[in-house]
Design a protein around this ligand. Structure first.
Ligand code: ATP
Length: 218
């Protein structure tokens, strides 16, 4: 959370999404400024309250001009974290890793694979879908520099723990583990484990034993 956000009173902060939505509509219809009276009418908040709210954002409306829509939108977006991307790195650009690099995660949410790592000299220095592939020698350096918070692990199982141990010295807070290895991590790191082979086996097991999709008693 930014310092600016912390200074805003809660009642004002609660009105932010309301202002934000309305300003987005104004922006898409091409309007560049708006008066507190217009805003007041649209969001049903009295204009004195709006003026006070906006003064917290450093937005001082000028008489006869109103507020700058772009300025407010930029401020709201930042404050509401609407445009904050979680940077993700992928380690192990094999078959599965390559598929992830081709997959556009941004379609669904605010995550983006920004960089990838491998030990294979043929892959290092190339890129896939504009994601550069770096050497494992530079793992900590780039993760820290790029402020990466999440790592997707698609390496062979035997090297998974060794790589995880190196992540402890970076800002990584989450690991999406696609290897069959069970990882030991300190409490500062959260691991989500997705073992595709196990999931598939489990599905086949259920199809065999519960073919009619009946409710299973616990
Ligand atoms: P491929 O067809 O490229 O062999 P794969 O998914 O079948 O892909 P794996 O052996 O599972 O191959 O390896 C996945 C990727 O992890 C490969 O690109 C490999 O070079 C990489 N890799 C292996 N060891 C390490 C390591 N210690 N650190 C980072 N990446 C590694």
């Amino acid at each position: 959370m930014s310092n600016e956000t912390m200074k805003i009173p809660q009642a004002t902060a609660k009105r932010l999404p309301l202002y934000y939505r309305f300003l987005q509509n104004l922006h898409s219809s091409g309007k560049q400024r708006v008066s507190s009276a217009e805003l007041s009418e649209a969001v049903k908040v009295d204009s004195a309250t709006i003026r006070r709210d906006f003064s917290y954002f450093g937005a001082l409306g000028k008489k006869g001009y109103g507020y700058n829509v772009n300025y407010l939108l930029t401020f709201f977006r930042r404050t509401l974290d609407q445009d904050e991307l979680t940077k993700v790195a992928l380690i192990g650009v094999g078959n599965l890793g390559t598929a992830f690099l081709h997959y556009n995660f941004l379609k669904n949410n605010n995550t983006k694979i920004e960089l990838a790592f491998d030990v294979d000299q043929d892959k290092i220095g190339t890129s896939i879908s504009d994601v550069p592939i770096y050497s494992m020698d530079d793992l900590e350096k780039y993760l820290i520099e790029e402020e990466v918070q999440v790592v997707i692990l698609t390496v062979p199982a035997p090297v998974a723990q060794m790589i995880t141990d190196r992540l402890v010295n970076t800002n990584v807070k989450g690991i999406l583990n696609f290897t069959p290895a069970r990882l030991n991590v300190p409490s500062s790191i959260r691991v989500h484990h997705i073992d595709l082979a196990v999931e598939l086996q489990s599905l086949v097991y259920f199809l065999k034993h519960y073919p009619t999709n009946e409710v299973i008693e616990e």
